[in-house]
Design a protein around this ligand. Structure first.
Ligand SMILES: C[C@H](O)[C@@H](O)CC(=O)C(=O)O
Ligand code: MG
Length: 434
């Protein structure tokens, strides 16, 4: 069967998370978690679902960008696409006119991620893949000085050994996770304590706290968190790009007594040398630098790795150009021996990224050393195959596909601006997205 793609629809779907400060941090103080949600229809009835994540206003711009690339997808068959997936990736990312809007960054790249996520979902529902086929999906342009196609195949072939054992291990134990849900910046100390108590009871051992707005507040919150979780559990801090380089070093040094494993996004996500300087200064304190949720392409990740500017690679399923570009980053991270600890949360990011991190463990790195995947406890109920967390581990998804499909009722009620949630006065129509 050819699975010819007959139409692409895209919708702006927003959740009023800012009402309760879910997702808040030092730079994004009132996010309404949102997605540009894509559905591909095929002539045989099979559908592909994809999305990209935003924090409210401007989702309509991503929707517009998805519509602009739709013509490159509709009319093609799945077989035609996957038989030269690298070529198809380039067709989208290197269109002679639209690449001016990026290239491979910003709104156009988010839009391409949504479309390609839908193509991967469609492909995953249709059939399985082998190492050569996987490598053939990666665009190696601009990264061959760090990773060649031959090296990538070698990594994947080598990782075939022990693959079944790792798969069985995942099916039994799941992939280790950490939680960000206890300590968004807008949460009160009382709420933080309550959520932390609940999380400890549910088996969580690794926690991330938002920092960066006020040093005294950060000290109080980190102290509270450390007291709650004890000396042996893991703490991470996330500044969401709030500081300049020297400020980051001195601020984080002041929080060193709380023993964070990493500081995340200490400065501009584009400042590779700044991250390298911060990494070097914090290494003696035993604090690593994590970044990636706003690292917009493989070329940036390549340079972060080459410059030893990060100690934890935080891939994002919707920021990079879908699975294609994430595969490139997973393989580069393995070559540079830097652990991957994905960014998740938002809307659907946990659902998507669980596939990538399981792939990393089973087929690339073969290691769980210093590795964990972010988990955020919001909005899973809107998906047809929500993530399953057991004892602070992601349990492997059982349904075919890339877990992108949302409940149609949720999409309709949250569609912006006409859905119930946005038109009912009680739901807070005059919220941030307007
Ligand atoms: C605006 C988002 O909620 C952001 O704070 C998420 C994030 O930095 C993380 O999960 O890490
Ligand atoms: Mg973060």
């Amino acid at each position: 069967m050819l699975h010819k793609i007959t139409s692409l629809t895209v919708r702006d779907v927003r959740f009023p998370t800012s009402l309760e400060q879910h997702g808040s941090d030092a730079m994004h103080t009132d996010p309404d978690y949102s997605v540009a949600y894509v559905v591909l229809d095929t002539d045989c009835g099979l559908k592909g679902f994809g999305l990209t994540f935003t924090v409210g206003k401007g989702t309509e711009i991503v929707v517009c960008a998805v519509e602009a690339v739709a013509g490159l997808v509709v009319g093609k068959s799945l077989q035609e696409i996957v038989s030269d997936f690298r070529g198809f990736y380039r067709l989208l990312t290197s269109d002679g006119q639209m690449r001016w809007l990026g290239p491979e960054k910003g709104v156009i790249h988010l839009a391409i991620a949504a479309v390609l996520n839908a193509v991967w979902d469609l492909w995953a529902r249709a059939e399985g893949k082998d190492p050569k086929q996987i490598v053939s999906c990666i665009d190696f342009r601009y990264i061959t000085d760090a990773l060649t196609e031959e090296e990538a195949v070698e990594i994947l072939v080598k990782a075939q050994e022990g693959k079944q054992r790792r798969e069985e291990h995942m099916l039994k134990e799941g992939y280790p996770a950490y939680t960000t849900s206890c300590a968004w910046l807008g949460y009160s100390d009382q709420l933080l304590k309550q959520l932390c108590t609940d999380a400890l009871k549910s088996g969580w051992t690794k926690f991330k706290v938002k920092v960066g707005a006020d040093l005294e507040d950060d000290k109080r919150r980190c102290r509270l968190m450390r007291q709650m979780i004890g000396p042996d559990n893991t703490l991470m801090i996330d500044a969401n790009q709030r500081w300049d380089v020297a400020e980051a070093i001195s601020w984080v040094s002041s929080l060193a007594e709380f023993k964070p494993l990493w500081v995340e996004e200490p400065t501009s996500p584009d400042d590779i040398l700044g991250h390298a300087a911060i990494s070097k200064a914090l290494a003696p304190l035993g604090i690593g630098v994590a970044t990636g949720e706003q690292c917009h392409n493989r070329v940036m990740f390549k340079q972060f790795l080459q410059a030893s500017a990060l100690q934890f690679v935080q891939i994002d399923s919707c920021r990079l150009g879908s699975v294609n570009e994430n595969l490139a980053v997973l393989l580069m991270a393995h070559k540079f021996q830097v652990p991957v600890c994905p960014h998740a949360g938002g809307v659907g990011l946990c659902e998507l990224v669980q596939h990538l991190i399981l792939f990393d463990y089973i087929c690339v790195s073969g290691s769980l050393g210093n590795r964990m995947c972010e988990y955020v406890d919001h909005l899973h109920e809107h998906f047809t195959s929500p993530v399953v967390i057991h004892d602070a581990h992601y349990m492997p998804p059982k349904d075919p596909g890339y877990s992108c499909e949302m409940l149609e009722s949720s999409v309709q009620s949250h569609q912006y601006p006409e859905g119930d949630v946005w038109t009912r006065p009680a739901a807070g129509t005059e919220k941030k997205s307007k």
